[in-house]
Design a protein around this ligand. Structure first.
Ligand code: USQ
Length: 383
């Protein structure tokens, strides 16, 4: 399969490239180094410095004999994106090229505007490029569970049938996000659905929860291939942050009461899910939606797990319920469905003590790199 991965330098994009390449597919990656540049600007670089995308593709090529083609550029530039599509003629395009951070989108007006512009125009450009160059191409877009917010009813996988005044119809599940970033993902889904209805394209929208983990099978062998691992407030997801905090002797930053509940998954399961979606694609004219999570936890439960495993390993891990910089429910109902990907063949890697211990051991090696100033900056939703 010819696969085009947009955002191929990212925490998810890079290991996805290796996952497909390692299985013999022809992979092209594109990135504009937004996250590298923004993390330099905000002094929150990843735990391990990673070679740039061209260098990493070279390291992978030497180790495996498999070639990953790299383009550095911005896909909100339509001419650039078209040239990549013409050159790679993808059968599957995977869209990770969004500004992915909720806190980043809440820093100020400029960063909010960047998030809107980047996320919506990139999605629009992909839709146009597919229509123009490869109309059969399957679009896989990373959505987010955050599109649904935390409704007081069960969350379906993307669609809900509504009976009203004696009639029935199927709609996208109601969505009400908790940050500007998450709101742009709702708008993305709507854009995609509009063009699927209008032009008959096909897409899978993967509503993913926060991801944790450092390695995948392909990246374990060489540190230089490690996905960028962020633990800072802007780009780090909560469990990755807690592991680093535990090792740095920094009390775990539970926001507010800590009853915020989300669906989580291991980085290795993101690879599996995206691969399953690509190899078992949506039909023409279909917007297929999966909830991409494997387990549900509250922030308190995650903190307690990290504390327990940390103390087993000899660390004195403290938990601190700090004032919540975000505006979100801290105690709420949360019951998402997530059976679609299991039915497609997903074999989850659950969050066991062994998995946590493995993460502790991996981060421990780079403990001296931890920049304590990056852990908490207090980006507030309401100022
Ligand atoms: N949280 C804490 N303490 C922290 C960091 C986070 O209590 O130090 C809480 C947050 O308030 C939130 C939960 O943990 O309630 C998850 O936060 P997160 O930073 O791990 O995740 P989030 O900002 O929602 O965003 C991440 C990814 C994003 C993806 C999303 C999936 O960065 O790209 O879309 O997870 S979801 O959360 O399901 O919307």
């Amino acid at each position: 399969m010819k696969v085009l991965i947009l955002g191929g330098d990212g925490y998810l994009g890079w290991p996805t490239a290796l996952y497909f390449s390692g299985r013999g597919h022809q992979v092209t990656v594109v990135d504009n180094y937004f996250r590298r540049n923004a993390s330099m600007e905000l002094d929150c670089e990843p735990l391990l410095p990673t070679p740039n995308l061209v260098q990493r593709a070279g390291i992978w090529g030497e180790a495996t004999g498999r070639r990953i083609e790299v383009f550095i550029g911005d896909i909100t530039n339509y001419e650039f994106l078209l040239s990549v599509f013409r050159r790679s003629e993808p059968e599957t395009v995977i869209h990770y090229a969004e500004q992915p951070s909720a806190p980043y989108s809440m820093i100020n007006r400029d960063k909010a505007a960047f998030t809107v512009q980047n996320n919506l125009i990139s999605t629009l450009n992909i839709v146009y490029a597919v229509k123009e160059i490869v109309p059969d191409c399957h679009i896989i877009k990373l959505g987010t569970m955050g599109e649904y917010g935390t409704p007081n009813i069960d969350i379906e996988e993307g669609w809900i049938e509504i009976a009203y005044n004696g009639r029935k119809d199927k709609f996208l599940f109601p969505r009400q996000a908790g940050s500007l970033y998450h709101t742009t993902k709702i708008q993305d889904t709507d854009l995609l659905w509009f063009y699927i209805r209008t032009w008959g394209l096909r897409a899978t929208d993967l509503m993913q929860g926060p991801v944790y983990g450092i390695f995948t099978d392909e990246t374990r062998t060489d540190d230089r291939l490690t996905p960028n691992f962020h633990y800072d407030e802007v780009f780090g997801t909560v469990l990755n942050r807690f592991i680093v905090q535990a090792l740095a002797g920094y009390p775990l930053t539970v926001y507010g009461r800590g009853g915020q509940t989300r669906g989580y998954l291991n980085l290795m399961d993101t690879m599996q899910c995206v691969y399953l979606a690509a190899t078992k694609p949506a039909g023409q004219g279909e917007l297929r939606i999966f909830n991409q999570v494997t387990e549900v936890f509250s922030v308190n439960e995650l903190a307690e797990k990290v504390q327990a495993v940390g103390s087993k390993l000899g660390y004195d891990v403290k938990i601190d319920n700090i004032e919540n910089p975000r505006k979100e429910e801290e105690e709420h109902y949360y019951n998402p469905k997530y059976t679609g990907l299991i039915e497609l063949g997903l074999k989850p890697h659950y969050l066991t003590d062994d998995v946590l211990e493995d993460m502790f051991r991996a981060v421990e090696k780079y403990k001296d790199n931890i920049n304590v100033n990056a852990i908490f900056k207090g980006i507030k939703w309401v100022r």
